[in-house]
Each structure stands twice: as C-alpha cells, then as structure tokens.
Write a protein that binds this ligand. Structure first.
Ligand code: FES
Length: 73
C-alpha cells in the first residue's frame, strides 16, 4: 500500500481527482502520469511526487511520513 502527495508538481492540481490505472495516477488537468512505486513521471524527466509507505491498522490507514529535518523541530 502506498500514499502519495496530493498536489501535482506541474500546476498544483489535486491528484486525488486523478485517474488511477495500472500502478500509476494521471493528473486530471494535463494528464502527466506518475508511477506509484517511485513517484516518477516517465513523461517529464525530473518530475515526481513524494510516495510514502502505508498500511492498514485496526481499520485505519497509517501513512509512514519521514522525520522532519533537524532544523525544523
Ligand atoms: S497540473 Fe498536473 S499535469 Fe499539469
């Protein structure tokens, strides 16, 4: 199970309105497609979305976010 950042890196459209298909999600605005295993956009080199590990626990979806950088605590 994966979770992903919901804003498209292109023009910040909501990827939760995107089209899920075959291990990827396509942005609803300009159809950039991001792979859900690594977040990369194969159509636009360098474009990617953050992908987070997630799992189900007692009926909840738990997203494993990275620790914040030391200087932001
Ligand atoms: S805003 Fe997502 S592809 Fe353009």
């Amino acid at each position: 199970m994966h979770a992903f950042f919901a804003l498209c890196p292109h023009q910040h459209y909501d990827l939760s309105d995107g089209i899920l298909e075959r291990g990827g999600i396509a942005c609803p605005q300009h159809l950039w497609r991001f792979e859900l295993d690594d977040g990369r956009c194969r159509m636009v080199p360098g474009a990617r979305i953050p992908i987070y590990a997630a799992h189900e626990e007692d009926g909840w979806v738990v997203v494993e976010l990275p620790a914040p950088p030391e200087d932001s605590r």
